[in-house]
Each structure stands twice: as structure tokens, then as C-alpha cells.
Design a binder for this molecule. Structure first.
Ligand SMILES: *[C@@H]1O[C@H](CO)[C@@H](O)[C@H](O)[C@H]1NC(C)=O
Ligand SMILES: *[C@@H]1O[C@H](CO)[C@@H](O)[C@H](O)[C@H]1NC(C)=O
Ligand SMILES: *[C@@H]1O[C@H](CO)[C@@H](O)[C@H](O)[C@H]1NC(C)=O
Ligand SMILES: *[C@@H]1O[C@H](CO)[C@@H](O)[C@H](O)[C@H]1NC(C)=O
Ligand SMILES: *[C@@H]1O[C@H](CO)[C@@H](O)[C@H](O)[C@H]1NC(C)=O
Ligand SMILES: *[C@@H]1O[C@H](CO)[C@@H](O)[C@H](O)[C@H]1NC(C)=O
Ligand SMILES: *[C@@H]1O[C@H](CO)[C@@H](O)[C@H](O)[C@H]1NC(C)=O
Ligand SMILES: *[C@@H]1O[C@H](CO)[C@@H](O)[C@H](O)[C@H]1NC(C)=O
Length: 561
């Protein structure tokens, strides 16, 4: 299983997150008694934790309950200025809201305003919420399966697609056999939206204030469609096309993937050889250099033995590292360029370490702990359960894949793997909310945010969703990467605050530039911001720390949005 922390792009972000992981493991969620109300106890020094009981099936309480792990970072203002709770979802699906919020409460305050309680939670079936979704009976069983099915590019070999399809059927059957708690049956996004309403009500509010990124955008849109009169604020960033999601056909998601890759070539050429180790004088030459390297690695994979593990840098691993870097270009492009240059010289260490598999350690005492990391299983259960059943044969899936490959050269991971996972899925309900994920008349307009070259949630998807919520605002950030968070922008942060604090939407057509450059190249940034104020500097730092939320892969095989 791949440790999510290894996907964090930069050492300065690593520290708080590792601390958070250690802290979340040290807090004994299982000692809290789940309650029908939010009974907060102090946790992680400056946070509060509670376990909230919610019905698995809102229309049939006899099915049983889930206990949601909920966490709060409280407002820091006088009562008169209090702005209520903002619920946050980090995406995935299957991302842990608890682990995301723990080190970042102060940063959320800096960006959104400290008059808000920042509230997050592990969605039903995920992480510290119980029961958990799991295909496996022990962590060792999960680790063995994940190691054996370490993701390959669907373009790695002739049997890559048949294998992926076959493995999805094993996972689907395991899930169906082992869903004794029925959590996987009930963890679809419509129920997560119902949970958001319940949390809001238990906090004493009627309407939702919400900030969701990536998959969290689909959750926000579902809420708005299901409860249009319960919207106080919904800001969604990295917007998923709901129709694509509900059809397990994310082809549209690849619309801007190649444009994101192009920014690597353009940025490297502009930055020069000192800042970009994979430099050539023009972008086409850099593209050509990468193609040659990829072809060479396909013919002759490079063994990498490092102090932190060992393996082959082969076609799949190289492609995956490149694709993943597109999520977080501002921090990932410089080390990617260095790793590519080293690989050219036959040294695969750095590239391997960009996607390293943490050796599994059998801590047998852990098997008795009810909470475990199950991001990939949760993601598959949610995404495939949300969608209409996918009954593709291998041949039909191959056709789907080849059609998607017309949109981008990178469909072998996110677009391809996520659909193929659903071909084997068996756990469906017949009463899920089927849409349309749209509302003519939400009680407050939504704010949608999109980047100009997002590798998995392109502007095309945001435009479709904006059309489904007439009156909503659309803010464009002029940057590559997945969600606006991955590039600090005071302009974007300003519109976030305007929306939450004053209810103001950006003018149609508003485009924010970012306060960062690819490869750290010099630019007109300094002339635009001659001397940022202390507050502006704090906000920029906070944005970087929140941006480190974005991680492409869950447990090695499922690509997040
Ligand atoms: C806000 O937080 C600061 C620093 O932790 C603290 O000194 C201050 O008393 C807090 N203010 C309120 C109104 O809670
Ligand atoms: C698969 O890889 C080959 C060789 O690298 C490349 O020419 C082709 O475009 C790729 N096909 C797909 C569908 O990604
Ligand atoms: C998936 O969506 C794309 C457009 O985004 C479409 O061309 C394709 O036919 C769809 N595939 C299936 C199997 O529905
Ligand atoms: C390969 O690269 C790593 C990381 O930069 C370095 O520590 C190591 O010494 C290199 N190995 C060789 C054989 O040059
Ligand atoms: C839906 O599922 C329930 C139980 O899972 C079943 O009783 C009911 O007949 C199903 N309805 C339809 C229309 O299939
Ligand atoms: C939209 O909301 C307004 C004001 O709340 C209400 O008067 C109107 O009937 C609503 N329209 C629809 C189509 O629900
Ligand atoms: C909100 O509006 C008030 C009053 O017009 C203004 O003083 C404040 O700066 C605005 N806040 C933001 C974040 O724009
Ligand atoms: C800086 O701004 C000037 C004038 O607006 C423009 O001509 C120039 O291309 C910009 N330079 C960069 C590196 O963006």
C-alpha cells in the first residue's frame, strides 16, 4: 500500500502532515461513544472531536447506523462576529476529512476567515467512521493484494486491460461477499449529502455552508440538487461533471490533461537550464526528449534500489509519476525534471522515490483496532455505487479506452482505471438519487472554481455544471494543476472570502492569476506585488499548506479527484 504522505510534493509540507497522521493515530476515536448529537471532546490539542450516529438508510432506520468521525476547529471571534460552520470535504472519494483538517485549521481560518467553525468529517465507511468499507479481512491481506495488483498503465502491455478487468471482478466479488455491515451498499454520495444536512442541523443551523474540492465538488452539487432550499453557501473547486460521474465515463475529465503536460514543456523551456534539469531550448524538443526517455524505459526498465525500498522504474511507473505530477505542477515539476534527467543517465532513484511503495509492516496488534486506512476501497464503493452499473466486456472496455485515448494521451490511469474498477462492481441499491444533479433555484447561488489546465477536472466540466445551476458564479484561475489550491493566488483567496463573508460572486468572466511560477521562474510577480503585506504573506503560506491536500493516488490504484 502506498503511503499518502509520500505523495506530498515538498518537504515543508511533509512535516505537518506526518505530525497529523501520528496525531490522528494517537487519538482513540473508539473510546468515544457515538451519539445522536454532536458531543464534542477536545482532541489534537486545538480541535474538538465527536462521533455522530446517522442512519445507514434514511428511509429505513431498522437497517442500522453509521458513526461518523467529525472534527471541528472553532471560530476565533466574539459571538457577534460568529459566521457559523463551514463543512469541508477533501475529495477522493474516500479522503479523510479528519486527517485533512487536523494540521490545517489555522490555515483555513487565514484563507476563509476566523469567524467560521471549520468542520470536517470522515464520510461514512471511510477511515475513522464506522463501520468501515473493506474488501479485506486483515491489513496484511489488503497489503498483499495491493502489492500484487500494483497499478500498471493500461497501455503497458497487451494483457494490461484484461488483467485490470479481471482484478476488478475479484474485488467486486470480494466486496459483495464481505459487505456484511452493508456499509458499502449505503455509502453512495446521496447519503453523504444527507449526512451533511444532518451534521448542519445538529450544529444548530438549517442551511449548509460548504467548501468542497475535487470529488467534494460532486458532493456539493448533489447536496444542492437534493436540498436546493438548504444552501447558504456552496463553493466547489475542481469541478467534476456529474453526468460523467454517474455514467462512470470520465472521458471528459481528460480534456485538459495534455494541456497540463504542455505547461511542463513550456515552463521548462521558459525557466532555463538552471531551474529545469530536463531543459531544451524549445518546448517541442523537451516533449521529444520525454518521448525518447519513455521509449527507452519501455525497452529497458531501470532497477532502483534505495534506502527506502526497491523496484523497477518501468513504463508504468514512469508514466504514473508524470501523470501524478500534473496534479501539483508548482511543487512537482522541478523535482520531476531532475528525476527525469537522472533517469536518462541510468539513475532511477529519484524517480522511484517519487512513487515509492512503503514496505508493509505487520503490526499484529493493529488487527484489533477498528479503524484502518481504506481509501481505495471506499473510493471504489462510492464511485461505482453512485454510477449506473457498468457491464462492459473486456472488448467493450477496450473500445471505451481507445475512444477516450482520442481525448488525451493520458487515459491509462484516472479515466481508464476508474471505469474498469466499476466493471466488476456488484453492490448497488435501486433507490439512489439518480439526478438530474441540477437545480434552477438554490436558496443561495453556488460558486464554482476551475483552473485553465486541470489534468482531471477541466474547465469544460465546470461549464457544464455551471449551466446546471443557473445563477451560480464561475471563477477561473489561470494555472495548471488540480484545483485552485495547488497554486497560491491572493486573487482567488479574495473571491473565496467575498463569497463566504459577503455573499458576493465574481463578475462573469473573472480570471485570477496566481502568485507563483512554474519552476520558480522569475516573472512580473514582483512588479505586481512589490511588497506583500504580512497578512498577504500569511495567506499565501496558508494556501500552500491547504494545497498539499491534493494527492492523486489512493493505495496505489485508484486515482482521486
Ligand atoms: C483567538 O486566538 C488567539 C491565538 O490563539 C487568542 O490569543 C485569542 O484570544 C483568540 N480570540 C478569541 C476571540 O477567541
Ligand atoms: C501506448 O503507447 C504507445 C507507445 O508508447 C503510444 O504510441 C500510444 O499512443 C499509446 N496508446 C495509448 C492508448 O495510450
Ligand atoms: C463516454 O463519453 C464520451 C464523451 O465524453 C463519449 O464519446 C463516449 O461514447 C462515452 N462512452 C460510453 C461507453 O458511454
Ligand atoms: C542516484 O541518485 C541518487 C539521488 O540523487 C544519489 O543519491 C545516488 O548516489 C545516485 N547513484 C549513482 C550510482 O550515481
Ligand atoms: C428495490 O430494492 C428493494 C430491496 O433492496 C426491493 O425490495 C425492491 O423490490 C426493489 N425495487 C425495485 C423497483 O427493483
Ligand atoms: C425560486 O425561488 C423563488 C424565491 O425563493 C420562488 O418565488 C420561486 O417560486 C422559485 N422557483 C422555482 C422554480 O422553484
Ligand atoms: C464585505 O463587505 C464589507 C462591507 O462592504 C467590506 O468592508 C468587507 O471588506 C467585505 N469583505 C470582503 C472579504 O470582501
Ligand atoms: C512582464 O510584463 C510586461 C508588460 O506587461 C510584458 O511585456 C512581459 O512579457 C512580462 N514578462 C513576463 C515574464 O511575463
Amino acid at each position: 500500500m502506498i503511503s499518502p504522505s509520500l505523495f506530498l510534493p515538498c518537504a515543508i509540507f511533509l512535516t505537518p502532515v506526518l505530525r497529523a497522521l501520528a496525531q490522528s493515530q494517537s487519538f482513540a476515536w473508539d473510546r468515544l461513544t457515538p451519539s445522536e448529537n454532536l458531543e464534542w471532546v477536545p482532541c489534537h490539542s486545538t480541535y474538538q472531536c465527536a462521533r455522530l450516529l446517522v442512519p445507514l438508510d434514511y428511509s429505513d432506520p431498522s437497517v442500522g447506523n453509521a458513526a461518523l468521525a467529525v472534527i471541528r476547529f472553532q471560530a476565533n471571534v466574539s459571538k457577534a462576529d460568529y459566521g457559523g460552520p463551514i463543512l469541508f470535504n477533501p475529495g477522493g472519494p474516500g479522503g479523510s476529512g479528519v486527517e485533512t483538517l487536523i494540521p490545517r485549521g489555522p490555515e483555513f481560518h487565514l484563507v476563509l476567515g476566523n469567524q467560521y467553525d471549520i468542520v470536517s468529517w470522515d464520510p461514512r465507511g471511510v477511515s475513522f467512521s464506522t463501520p468501515i468499507a473493506s474488501f479485506f479481512e486483515t491489513d496484511a491481506e489488503r497489503a498483499l493484494w495491493n502489492a500484487a495488483s500494483f497499478p500498471t498503465s493500461l497501455n503497458a502491455s497487451d494483457d494490461a486491460i484484461p488483467h485490470a478487468w479481471g482484478r476488478a471482478h475479484i474485488e467486486g466479488q470480494l466486496a459483495a461477499q464481505r459487505d456484511t455491515t452493508q456499509i458499502m451498499k449505503y455509502m453512495t454520495t446521496d447519503n453523504v449529502a444527507r449526512d451533511m444536512l444532518r451534521i448542519t442541523q445538529k450544529l444548530g443551523f438549517e442551511k449548509l455552508q460548504y467548501y468542497g474540492v475535487s470529488y467534494g465538488s460532486f458532493l456539493g452539487a448533489m447536496f444542492a440538487a437534493m436540498f436546493p432550499d438548504k444552501v447558504e453557501r456552496i463553493l466547489i473547486d475542481g469541478v467534476v461533471d456529474a453526468n460523467a460521474w454517474l455514467n462512470a465515463n470520465l472521458t471528459i475529465a481528460a480534456t485538459d490533461t495534455d494541456a497540463a503536460l504542455q505547461t511542463f514543456f513550456d515552463g521548462c523551456a521558459a525557466a532555463g537550464p538552471d531551474l529545469c534539469a530536463f531543459y531544451k531550448p524549445t518546448a517541442p524538443e523537451i516533449a521529444e526528449r520525454l518521448t525518447s526517455l519513455t521509449d527507452a524505459v519501455r525497452r529497458e526498465p531501470i532497477p532502483a534500489i534505495t534506502s527506502q525500498g526497491y523496484g523497477l522504474v518501468d513504463y508504468s511507473l514512469l508514466r504514473m509519476v508524470i501523470f501524478n505530477a500534473l496534479y501539483t505542477p508548482y511543487v512537482s515539476f522541478p523535482p520531476l525534471a531532475e528525476a527525469l534527467a537522472a533517469l536518462e543517465n541510468g539513475n532511477g532513484t529519484s524517480l522511484y522515490l517519487m512513487l515509492q511503495d512503503v514496505p508493509f509492516q505487520c503490526d499484529c496488534a493493529d488487527d484489533t483496532v477498528p479503524f484502518t486506512a481504506n481509501g481505495a476501497e471506499a473510493a471504489i464503493a462510492i464511485q461505482c455505487g453512485d454510477a449506473a452499473p457498468v457491464e462492459d466486456s473486456i472488448g467493450q472496455f477496450t473500445e471505451f479506452y481507445q475512444n477516450a485515448a482520442k481525448t488525451s494521451q493520458f487515459v491509462e490511469f484516472f479515466v481508464g482505471q476508474n471505469r474498469v474498477s466499476c466493471t466488476g462492481w456488484e453492490v448497488y441499491r435501486n433507490d439512489t438519487f439518480k439526478g438530474p444533479v441540477a437545480a434552477a433555484n438554490t436558496s443561495f447561488p453556488l460558486l464554482l472554481v476551475t483552473n485553465t489546465a486541470d489534468p482531471v477536472t477541466p474547465k469544460a466540466g465546470a461549464l457544464k455544471m455551471a449551466a446546471r445551476f443557473p445563477g451560480s458564479g464561475l471563477l477561473t484561475q489561470d494555472s495548471p494543476g488540480h484545483t485552485s489550491n495547488v497554486a497560491p493566488s491572493l486573487c482567488t483567496a479574495f473571491y473565496f472570502r467575498q463569497y463566504f463573508q459577503n455573499g458576493t460572486l465574481p463578475e462573469p468572466g473573472t480570471v485570477c492569476s496566481v502568485d507563483a511560477t512554474l519552476f520558480g521562474a522569475s516573472s512580473n510577480l514582483t512588479s505586481r506585488m512589490p511588497s506583500p503585506t504580512t497578512e498577504e504573506e500569511q495567506v499565501l503560506e496558508a494556501l500552500k499548506i491547504i494545497g498539499a491536500v491534493v494527492k492523486p493516488v489512493i493505495a496505489g490504484k485508484f486515482w482521486r479527484t
